[in-house]
Design a protein around this ligand. Structure first.
Ligand SMILES: *[C@@H]1O[C@H](CO)[C@@H](O)[C@H](O)[C@H]1NC(C)=O
Length: 291
């Protein structure tokens, strides 16, 4: 089967014998005008600085959101985010990948705001084929509102790794071998939104949004996708900056990465579905017995 040199079929990606030549249109720094669409919020979401910065805002009337123009099937995707500062209690900033349909796949970061000086909760989840219920929650080891920090998703056929500033915080392994569905067939878009969730977000809905602090604003910059872009039933892998570097497709955590992951899980994880005995009194999901 002949493949055009600039394309790589999805199957070949798995066998890792694809080589890539000048795959994607050369583009320099990340540009939100090029890669994203503002999808809701009636002017509350803004792309600024010639595409270098995106802001979402929330007021009493509405939140706002954006999505990627591209769909991706695997990727190493980084975004620098600065969360709503000050009294952000009741607000939720969601940043996630999702496919469509009733048996969708989804990889979630959600940031639950808090009163000034109280910690944000970083909530994570993984859905495969429409089924989630795999929450892990963390505090962060820094204040995520004073500066931009890098939130990354490495999604390859072996696992999904969530990282913060390069430190892995969660790994969801491909355990199809023991019957756990793994997201690998449905292309996903990147989505983000800022909305009011004071019915549940801060201490389970106890703390309400203080609208005298509105509008609430979260900021985004330096998006980078080393990813396989899905288009017309085919996937093209590469990145704008380094088109031939697809090492991420088989990337594993090294020993130091595993150590960091353990450190975060030991010191910063505040909820793990795999240790919620009450919730899973009938038995834990199979992936929980693997680590
Ligand atoms: C907010 O702060 C309180 C008090 O420190 C803490 O219990 C809670 O987990 C924090 N986060 C959220 C989202 O409620």
């Amino acid at each position: 089967m002949a493949l055009p040199s600039s394309r790589c079929s999805f199957l070949l990606v798995f066998s890792a014998i694809c080589w890539f030549s000048s795959l994607l249109p050369a583009s320099a720094a990340s540009n939100f005008n090029q890669d994203f669409l503002i999808t809701w919020g009636d002017g509350r979401a803004k792309i600024l600085n010639n595409g270098g910065l995106l802001t979402l805002s929330l007021d009493r009337a509405s939140g706002s959101g954006f999505q990627s123009k591209n769909e991706y099937l695997f990727g190493k995707i980084d975004m620098h985010i600065k969360l709503v500062p000050g009294n952000s209690a009741g607000t939720v900033t969601a940043y996630y990948l999702s496919s469509k349909g009733s048996t969708w796949d989804e990889i979630d970061f959600e940031f639950l705001g808090n009163l000034s000086g109280d910690p944000y909760i970083l909530h994570t989840n993984v859905f495969s084929q429409g089924k989630g219920n795999r929450e892990q929650q963390f505090y962060l080891w820094f204040d995520p509102t004073t500066d931009f920090h890098t939130y990354s998703i490495l999604w390859n056929p072996r696992h999904i790794i969530f990282s913060v500033d390069g430190t892995p915080i969660r790994k969801f392994k491909n355990l199809e071998s023991i019957g756990v569905p793994f997201p690998k067939n449905q292309p996903m878009r990147i989505y983000s939104s800022l909305w009011n969730a004071d019915d549940w977000a801060t201490r389970g809905g106890l703390v309400k949004t203080d609208w005298t602090h509105a509008p609430f604003t979260a900021s985004y910059r330096n998006f980078n996708a080393n990813a396989c872009v899905w288009s017309s039933g085919k996937s093209s892998c590469g990145s704008s900056s380094t088109p031939t570097n697809n090492a991420w497709l088989s990337q594993e955590l090294d020993a130091a990465g595993e150590q960091r992951l353990k450190w975060v899980q030991k010191n910063y994880m505040i909820y793990n579905y795999c240790s919620d005995a009450k919730r899973f009194s009938q038995g834990y999901p199979p992936e929980c017995n693997m680590s």
